[in-house]
Ligand binder design. Structure first.
Ligand SMILES: Nc1nc2c(ncn2[C@@H]2O[C@H](COP(=O)(O)OP(=O)(O)OP(=O)(O)O)[C@@H](O)[C@H]2O)c(=O)[nH]1
Ligand SMILES: [Mg+2]
Length: 276
């Protein structure tokens, strides 16, 4: 080192080179600057470090403005996005592990979950994306991940609330005050999956080929969808060439009703396509 900066400085520089995130880099650079000898010969080095600090601060600012989505790397997948939102030690990870393939750490100390964890809930063949986010605290928006996690919640289809006391419920209501996503409360009940399913605005429909068993898995559609929406998902040719569809289930007036493209479907209907 030409400026004779010392062992501590060398260590800080190593930390800088090994840092994985902009935040870690910034901390290391600030350490380097404070340990850098302050004499004529080191002026150039000091200037370089200060410039690096400036650049990193700017890039961090930009990332925060964007909503910090790079920090919370959850991509919407599956038929619906469900977020488990609750106070600490309220059983969020326990619920996630129970309903999905996730293996989140469960512990009796607070704030075990430090970043969002996702799993897939397979509800009768429909894949639902379920995410546990770190515990809600007072002024959640001001926490490091707060803005991006609140964005994630806003983009979801359903919120599951977990809490231990009425006071904690009040805190959740306060922190989620501006969010208009449907909420349900988990009370440790059995068959909670059914409550989740009925709270979502989707239906599942099975297709079937004539003379065969119904196909698996079913198709997820928005509530209110018609045969036409189903053809668009399974096979666009059916949209053009449909002679009629045979429907069994709740939407059928009688077993084996023949319907056209505009017929509205219900949850668990079974549809057989007959083409021209
Ligand atoms: N209150 C409550 N506690 C539970 C429940 N299920 C499990 N626990 C226990 O509560 C503790 C915390 O459970 P977690 O599932 O880790 O809770 P969490 O909400 O994910 O907690 P953090 O991630 O630390 O905020 C553990 O000791 C669990 O055994 C539940 O339904 N309600
Ligand atoms: Mg947890």
């Amino acid at each position: 080192m030409p400026v004779n900066a010392g062992i501590e400085y060398g260590k800080a520089e190593e930390e800088y080179l090994e840092a994985n995130t902009p935040e870690e880099k910034l901390i290391a650079l600030q350490k380097m600057l404070s340990l850098c000898p302050k004499h004529k010969g080191s002026e150039k080095l000091q200037k370089e470090i200060k410039e690096k600090i400036k650049k990193i601060k700017e890039s961090i600012k930009k990332a925060v403005k964007k909503g910090g989505f790079q920090k919370v790397a959850i991509k919407k997948e599956g038929a619906a996005l469900i977020v488990i939102v609750g106070t600490t030690n309220s059983g969020k990870s326990t619920l996630l592990n129970k309903l999905t393939n996730a293996n989140a750490r469960v512990a009796d100390y607070p704030f075990t979950t430090k970043e969002p964890i996702q799993g897939v809930l397979d509800y009768k063949g429909i894949k639902l994306q379920m995410v546990e986010i770190p515990a809600i605290v007072e002024d959640f928006r001001e926490t490091e991940l707060g803005p991006s996690l609140l964005n994630l919640i806003r983009n979801s289809d359903l919120i599951i609330l977990t809490f231990n006391t009425p006071e904690e419920k009040k805190l959740l209501d306060k922190e989620l005050a501006n969010i208009n996503i449907r909420r349900i409360i988990y009370n440790n009940e059995e068959h909670f999956e059914e409550k989740i399913w009925s709270s979502l605005s989707i239906i599942k429909v099975c297709t079937k080929q004539p003379g065969k068993e119904k196909d698996y898995p079913p198709v997820a559609l928005k509530k209110g969808s018609a045969i036409e929406d189903l053809t668009l998902v399974v096979h666009k040719d059916f949209t053009k060439n449909l002679k009629y569809a045979v429907v069994n289930g709740k939407s059928a007036k009688f077993s084996g009703q023949r319907v056209g493209l505009k017929h509205r479907l219900e949850d668990d209907d079974v549809v057989e396509f007959h083409t021209k």
